[in-house]
Each structure stands twice: as C-alpha cells, then as structure tokens.
Design a protein around this ligand. Structure first.
Ligand code: B1M
Length: 208
C-alpha cells in the first residue's frame, strides 16, 4: 500500500509527475478521492502555507507545491464530483482597479484552493462592478481584494462600498503590501491578512 507521507513529501517538493503517479496508485488501490485530497494534498499544502507564513519557505517553493497540488487535484476532480464532495465555498479573488500586480493575488488563490475553496480569478484591474457581478453569478461567500500600490488602495474602498450597496452577503477580505489592519477597519472590510497563508485561514474562519 502507498502511504500518505510519501505523497505529502512529493507534493511539498513540487514533484508533479510523482504526485500524479501516486494519486493514480492510491485510486487504483481503492482509496477515496476525498481522503487523497484531505489527508494527502490539502494537508501538505497547508503545511507549506504555515511554513511560508513563518518565512521558512519562500514564493518559489509555494508555487511549485501549488502546481503539484493542482496536478493531483485535476486527477481527483472526476472522482470528487462523482462522490459529491463539495468545495468549502466559492471565493472571488482579484487585484483592484488601476492595479496590475498579480503575483501576490495568484499566491492567495493557490492558498485558498489549498484550503478547499473554489476560486474564481477575477484578474487584475478589476472594477467594483465586476466584483459584484462575479459574486452574484457564483454565489460567492468570500471576495478577496489585493492592492500593491498606495494609489490603488482607494479602489478597495470603492469596491467595499459597491459590494455593500449591492447587498452582496459575501465577506470581503483585503491584503497587499501597503494594506494594514487599520486601513481595513477604516473602509469596513471584514478582514485583513498580511500574507497568502493567513488569507486562507481568515477566509476559512469567516465562512465557518
Ligand atoms: Co510594481 N511596484 N509597479 N511592478 N512592483 C511595487 C509594488 C513597488 C513597491 C516598487 C517600489 O517602488 N519599490 C511600487 C509601489 C509603491 C507604492 O505604491 N507604495 C511599485 C510601482 C510604483 C509600480 C509602477 C507604478 C511602476 C511604474 O510604472 N512607474 C507600476 C504600476 C503598474 C500598475 O499596477 N498600474 C508597476 C509595475 C510593476 C510590474 C508590471 C513591472 C511588476 C508586476 C508584475 C506582476 O505582478 N505580474 C511589478 C513588480 C513585480 C513589483 C515588485 C518588485 C514586486 C511585487 C510582488 O510581486 N511581490 C514590488 C516591489 C516589492 O514588493 N519589492 C513593486 C511578491 C508578492 C508575492 O508579494 O504582492 O505583496 P505581494 O503579496 C503578498 C502579500 O502582500 C499578501 O500575500 C502575498 C504573499 O504572502 N497579499 C495578500 C497580496 N494580496 C493579498 C490579498 C489578501 C491577503 C494577502 O486578501 C485578499
């Protein structure tokens, strides 16, 4: 029998082909897709996230682990659908209007996916109206806003105001290098986190 530790090690070191091979072996041995996802892939991704938070690993390590997780998840998808396994919730994630930085946003997306969310990537330079439209369309429970420029922080405020005015019940979380908890409080967002792993923890706690 294959063991989950072997799968976790392969995932944490970003070995895409090995992760795919092990997922196939687990499936052929009769393991449930839900266990492979939760005990193997999500646990490993969570560990990478926690180590990233403590500066024990850095962006490249997170990116390779996330790529391996994606490859494993793709193989599990049809089995998860058949077994009726649902995502924790849907989250919309985008960089706010006027801002084209997307590396941090993409990391947050990976961590959210690692935490079991279905994530709709709204992209960069996202208008408040687009956040509202996507949240309605996908019945989102979380909307994540990223900004890297002091000049685009006001776009976060505009997004929060537009989302509230439209009556969208989703929790709005914000982050990005210039963003602070004080700014979050001042614009009435539901939460701030300084890094991608904490963003996933925050999102999970807000929908719990
Ligand atoms: Co830009 N840029 N840039 N840039 N750029 C910065 C941000 C800057 C600090 C550089 C500097 O001057 N030292 C500066 C901003 C100054 C300020 O406003 N305070 C700056 C500037 C001025 C600009 C331009 C205006 C430059 C110009 O054209 N004159 C221009 C603006 C374009 C625009 O957006 N309209 C510009 C353009 C660019 C590039 C296109 C060249 C490129 C972006 C490429 C891309 O994203 N695809 C770029 C880059 C790469 C940077 C730096 C070098 C790196 C940013 C990055 O990706 N960091 C940056 C300087 C620096 O940070 N050293 C800089 C890595 C990433 C993982 O971190 O995005 O902070 P970050 O995400 C973190 C956390 O912040 C958090 O999680 C992530 C990881 O844990 N986080 C969240 C992010 N979003 C979150 C959301 C959450 C929670 C956490 O909840 C939803």
């Amino acid at each position: 029998m294959t063991d989950y530790d072997t799968l976790k090690v392969a995932m944490k070191s970003g070995k895409v082909a090995e992760v795919k091979r092990l997922v196939d072996v687990f499936l052929s041995e009769g393991a449930s897709a839900k266990d492979i996802l939760n005990i193997g892939l999500l646990d490993a991704m969570n560990e990478v996230g926690q180590r990233f938070k403590k500066n024990e690993v850095f962006v490249p390590e997170v990116l390779v682990a996330a790529r391996a997780m994606k490859a494993g998840t793709e193989l599990l998808k049809p089995h998860l659908i058949k077994a009726g396994v649902q995502a924790v919730a849907t989250a919309i994630m985008g960089t706010v209007k006027g801002d084209l930085h997307d590396i941090g946003k993409n990391l947050v997306i990976m961590m959210l996916e690692g935490a079991g969310f279905q994530v709709i990537d709204a992209g960069v330079d996202v208008t408040p109206e687009k956040f509202v439209d996507l949240a309605k369309q996908h019945n989102a429970k979380v909307i994540g806003l990223s900004a890297l420029l002091t000049t685009t922080m006001p776009s976060m405020k505009a997004a929060v105001e537009t989302i509230r005015a439209a009556g969208i019940p989703a929790k709005v979380i914000i982050g990005g290098a210039p963003v602070t908890q004080a700014y979050c409080d001042s614009i009435g967002a539901d939460g701030y986190s300084p890094d991608a792993a904490s963003a996933a923890d925050l999102a999970r706690s807000l929908v719990a």
